[in-house]
Write a protein that binds this ligand. Structure first.
Ligand code: CAA
Length: 263
């Protein structure tokens, strides 16, 4: 598929989605959201892709939010449709079987912060900035921000960021647990690639199990969530990667994981 607003590249087991509207600070128009949805579907159905990086083009912004020019013309019904469109693609991204890193290389505001939070974890450049400034436009986060932010960083920080519209630095975002690691801007992509390729080399059945358990169990009662682990643990033993991983350990060599499909 030909894309107009994103770059979708694969290199071995690694897929990279780059939102590519640097003049508009990579703002998420309905077309961008639709193209990200198409790329995510292609990744979900790929047997080759084993890890994903999401980033923004240029050195100023990851994604500066949903496209305000497009939203300024929306009726309430169109606003609801756009919000649902964004929420659906973020669910699809979050539920990919492959691990996904957000490489945040500048402003991650509004929908940009929301899409980063739908990735498994966030690496940030030292010049990155995060926030949910929708309140300054007379609206609220519409791509899941009120819910994913409070789950990531707790109710107090979610309230402060959504109610004040304030913007925080990469280091502050790291201190509150929004960002895992901060790198000098020039080193961000290399660090994200290294982590992504490391995860791509792990067994697929185990990787998918980790994602399903942490995402699926997060809001469940512990007594119901923990037993799910036993079922996924058992499934790992049905994958050739379990035999290979343990054999490699005992033979003091690196494992070569090949088993299982993403689906
Ligand atoms: N939508 C559309 N265009 C945007 C944009 C956005 N979210 N963010 C920036 N742009 C455009 C600007 O309009 C400008 O375009 P022109 O050159 O054609 O005028 C260009 O990108 C560069 O932006 P600035 O000149 O404003 O750059 P700056 O360095 O002065 O400021 C900024 C950078 C602080 C990020 C500022 O652009 C800004 O505040 N952007 C909006 C951030 C925002 O409010 N995001 C939330 C959107 S609502 C949302 O996301 C809802 C949701 O949850 C789904």
């Amino acid at each position: 598929m030909a894309y107009e607003t994103i770059l979708f590249e694969t290199e071995g087991p690694l897929a990279t989605i780059t939102v590519n509207r640097p003049k508009a600070l990579n703002a998420l128009s309905p077309l961008v959201v639709g193209e990200i949805a198409a790329a995510v579907a292609a990744i979900r159905d790929s047997d080759q892709v084993r890890a994903v990086i999401l980033t923004g083009a240029g050195d100023k912004a990851f994604i500066a939010g949903a496209d305000i020019a497009a939203m300024s013309q929306m009726t309430p019904l169109e606003g609801r449709f756009f919000s649902r469109q964004g929420q659906d693609v973020l669910f699809a991204l979050e539920n990919l079987p492959q691990p996904v890193i957000a490489a945040v290389n500048g402003f991650a505001l509004g929908g940009g912060c929301e899409i980063a939070m739908a990735c498994d974890f966030i690496y940030a450049a030292d010049n990155a900035k995060f926030g949910q400034p929708e309140i300054n436009l007379g609206i609220i986060p519409g791509f899941g921000g009120t819910q994913r932010l409070s789950r990531r960083v707790g109710k107090g920080w979610a309230m402060e960021l959504c109610l004040t519209g304030g913007i925080i630095s990469a280091e502050e975002a790291k201190a509150i647990g929004l960002v895992n690691r901060v790198f000098p801007a020039a080193e961000l992509m290399a660090a994200a690639k290294k982590a992504a390729l490391g995860m791509a080399a792990k067994g697929r059945v185990a990787t998918r199990a980790v994602k399903e358990l942490i995402n699926g169990g997060f809001d469940m009662a512990l007594e119901r969530a923990i037993p799910m682990e036993s079922e996924h643990f058992a499934t790992c033993f049905a994958s050739p990667d379990q035999a290979e991983g343990m054999k490699a350990f005992l033979e003091k060599r690196k494992p070569n994981f090949v088993g299982g499909l993403n689906k």
